[in-house]
Design a protein. Structure first.
Length: 155
């Protein structure tokens, strides 16, 4: 139970930290903290069903060792024009093998590897214990960011 703070007739309740959303569920307050950062696009999967362009982007970041580490895939947050235009840009930069190292944990089927030239802004809930993104969603391209400068950000 939160006690009122401040002047009589005016209660103050602590709010969520910056970057967190507030919602009321019954008698409870729910704080939902969201993370976001940029990732290098290192590949994409084939679309399924009626989807056009691609299924998901394969994302990574550069480690202290200078290698591109796989961070997971993002398949939501795209509108149809973005799927089409981004697929065209990615298909022009395809390569025969992944730029990710090590290759452990990478998808193997229906995958197209690309030169790591594009950077995506991605929102997500957290990192998993395996070092991949949980609940990622595409928020746009970062044309102002050099892929070589993309590293895993720590909270």
């Amino acid at each position: 139970m939160l006690a009122p703070v401040g002047n009589p007739g005016r209660s103050l309740v602590p709010g969520p930290p910056e970057g967190c959303q507030l919602s009321a569920v019954g008698a409870w307050l729910k704080f939902k903290c969201l993370n976001g950062q940029e990732f290098v696009i290192g590949g994409y999967t084939d679309p399924q069903g009626t989807r056009v362009g691609f299924g998901a982007l394969l994302l990574g970041y550069y480690g202290a060792d200078g290698r591109l580490h796989y961070a997971g895939k993002v398949g939501t947050g795209f509108d149809r024009p973005t799927l089409t235009s981004l697929h065209t840009a990615l298909a022009a930069g395809e390569r025969p093998a992944p730029a990710f190292e090590p290759v452990r944990g990478l998808p193997r089927s229906r995958v197209h590897w690309v030169e790591p030239r594009l950077v995506a802004q991605v929102g997500f809930s957290e990192w998993t214990v395996d070092g991949e993104l949980r609940h990622p969603r595409f928020q746009g391209l970062r044309r102002d960011k050099d892929p070589a400068d993309v590293v895993r950000e720590l909270p």
